[in-house]
Design a protein around this ligand. Structure first.
Ligand code: GLU
Length: 284
């Protein structure tokens, strides 16, 4: 099967050398295997996405010498796909509306803090204590009918029971038993956006026929949830390669707010593509 990889940036700022590393990694893996390389714009968050950042992504990647297939998939054009996947999960009785505000979740976690049987932290922060999972169906409907803003959460324990034992493979780490429950009941549709990162990325990787997902090791744990969603939605499971994250001169993580190491700033400062590629860790 030919290898298909992708680079999936969010257009919320300029790309930096860490993104260059991730993009070159995915592109290189496809090229080495005579495969295909795709680009995806992860712009479900209309409040944070900027058209000029999307333009800059194309400009920066082309300047580095990367080529990708067109058309580029822009997530904001595919809400219908996400809606349909959510409807399937709802039909399986795996979703529930969550009306909690952040403050209410914090307060509930503090209250539950003394209950030692509850794990409090997931790789994404505090675990949702399940408050709205316990709301009666009639009450749920009344609150929805009243127009109360709500997210949709996955009942992860029920979903994991339905899916049975699962595993996925990371090229560096080997076969991983999937442990999606470490996240608790994750949000699959946000209050302000009718899907979420986990749902959109999992569905898109499958719809685009990605066979090798390469991304930073900061997203290693996300693959446990993605594997569960693949099983529930009957999607193919790609292979994974979570690579290291390149860091700044003091070992710190690179962030989009560090303007000095953006590809654009380096280009304007007179660096060549080869120099930036070397800075991203792909020097000869
Ligand atoms: N859009 C995500 C980001 O900007 C990456 C998604 C992925 O590779 O799974 O970090």
């Amino acid at each position: 099967m030919p290898i298909v990889t992708r680079f999936a940036p969010s257009p919320t700022g300029r790309l930096h050398t860490g993104h260059a590393y991730a993009a070159l990694f995915a592109w290189g893996a496809a090229r080495l295997a005579g495969g295909r390389f795709l680009l995806r714009i992860e712009d479900i968050d209309g409040g944070r996405s900027q058209p000029e950042s999307e333009d800059a992504i194309y400009r920066d990647l082309a300047w580095l010498g990367l080529e990708w297939e067109t058309p580029v998939r822009r997530q904001s054009e595919h809400f219908e796909d996400y809606r349909e996947a959510l409807a399937r999960l709802a039909d399986m009785n795996l979703l529930y509306p969550c009306f909690c505000t952040r403050a209410e979740i914090r307060a509930e976690i503090e209250r539950a803090g003394s209950a030692p049987h509850l794990p409090l932290h997931s790789p994404e922060g505090p675990i949702y204590p399940g408050t709205c999972r316990r709301v009666e169906p009639g009450e749920r409907q009344r609150r929805i009918d009243r127009g109360e803003p709500h997210a949709l959460r996955l009942d992860v324990a029920r979903a994991a029971r339905l899916a049975g034992p699962l595993s996925w493979t990371d090229r560096l780490r080997g076969e991983q038993p999937a442990t999606p429950e470490i996240f608790g009941d994750i949000v699959l549709a946000r209050k302000d956006v009718p899907c979420s990162y986990h749902l959109a990325v999992t569905l898109d990787d499958a719809l685009q026929g990605i066979t090798l997902v390469t991304r930073g090791e900061d997203l290693l744990f996300a693959s446990h949830i993605h594997r569960l969603l693949q099983a529930l939605l009957g999607l193919a499971t790609p292979e994974y390669h979570h690579h290291e994250l390149i860091t700044g001169p003091n070992g710190e993580r690179l962030a989009k707010r560090d303007k000095s190491i953006t590809i654009e700033a380096l280009r304007e400062a007179g660096k060549s593509p080869a120099e930036v590629i070397a800075m991203a860790g792909f020097g000869e």
